[in-house]
Design a protein around this ligand. Structure first.
Ligand code: SF4
Length: 326
């Protein structure tokens, strides 16, 4: 059994993910072209069921169309055509955004196109009267509305998916969001919530010790809450904990904890060999897949069901090769 086979629900069906339509090769850009993403259409398409949307086409601007840009107050930028800045088109776009968001299917992630005043995730310029951009950069108007409506939804920009750590973090969050929705939100019970947390305990620990402790307190029953409120608060803290990539030293911590589960069954020389590989990972000589694969090999033989089911070992399909890059 590989680490992937112990979590078949990850690959039982495709995960619904929203995407800027131009990234799938639709000719919807201002110039009539597209921005096809080979990574989105290649490896990710094996696991993601895409729901595409082009805010500017939905707003009726058509293609080809003049380029657009943001202007004015970075807190409330106006969308204008770059060649006729006195024509206000903000409302046309934001209405289309709202219509889409009102009817958006349940998704577990969203991939947006960089540098777009509608879809960009960050660093979008807001031009001032003097013709120069404001020092502050903002999100595109669609992405900002998406984030406001669904603050826990993992959102990433196609270009940032080239960064191994950001890619790893995005995929981890998408698959975790999907699992939570299916196993907890759609079947609300204390047991399902506790079971989920038991599987994800070491994933949370790898991302944030304070969040790990805070979630532990939340679930210990100290704070009396109705199950729906407790689940909502858990999900909020959980997704926030995962919002940033886990640090190498935190992974080492988790790996050392997990080696502890072999204390009784495995010879100290073997445990030392595993710890040596963890040290190699700490020094950056090997990637994360090396210590996790070695450790899982022994836990599979000698570990309890609890530790074998830890999502930490397979938070996303192994075939994506993510842990070979971080
Ligand atoms: S970046 Fe967004 S608005 Fe622009 S073409 Fe792509 S999907 Fe449409």
């Amino acid at each position: 059994m590989t680490v992937n086979e112990c979590h078949p629900n990850h690959i039982a069906h495709k995960v619904p993910v929203g995407i800027s339509a131009c990234l799938l090769g639709d000719n919807v850009r201002f110039n009539g072209g597209h921005s096809r993403s080979l990574y989105c259409l290649g490896p990710l398409a094996e696991y993601f069921e895409y729901h595409k949307f082009c805010p500017e086409m939905a707003a009726g601007f058509g293609t080809p169309r003049p380029t657009m840009r943001l202007e004015g107050d970075p807190d409330q930028p106006r969308l204008v055509f770059s060649n006729s800045t006195d024509v206000e088109i903000t409302e046309q776009l934001t209405s289309a955004n709202e219509r889409y968001l009102d009817n958006m299917p349940e998704l577990d992630g969203y991939i947006v196109m960089k540098n777009s005043p509608s879809c960009g995730l960050e660093r979008i310029k807001v031009y001032q009267e003097n013709g120069h951009p404001h020092m502050r950069r903002v999100k595109g108007l669609f992405t900002q509305a998406l984030e406001e409506r669904f603050p826990l939804l993992p959102i990433e920009e196609d270009g940032r998916l080239n960064d191994p750590l950001l890619r790893e973090n995005f995929l981890l969050r998408v698959f975790a969001h999907h699992e939570f929705r299916h196993t907890v939100l759609n079947a609300l019970s204390m047991k399902n919530l506790i079971d989920f947390h038991s599987r994800y305990k070491y994933v949370v620990m790898a991302h944030s010790q304070p969040a790990y402790k805070s979630i532990g307190r939340l679930l210990s029953g100290q704070e009396k809450m109705p199950i729906a409120d407790l689940t909502e608060e858990y999900f909020r803290q959980f997704m926030q904990a995962l919002a940033k990539p886990a640090k190498r030293k935190n992974h080492c911590n988790v790996l050392m904890h997990l080696v502890g589960y072999l204390k009784k069954e495995v010879d100290s020389h073997i445990r030392q060999d595993i710890l040596n590989v963890v040290e190699q990972y700490r020094r950056g000589e090997v990637n994360l897949t090396t210590p996790t694969t070695l450790l899982y090999h022994y836990l599979k033989l000698y570990g309890s069901e609890y530790v074998k089911e830890q999502r930490y070992f397979a938070p996303y399909p192994q075939a994506l090769g993510i842990r070979n890059t971080v």
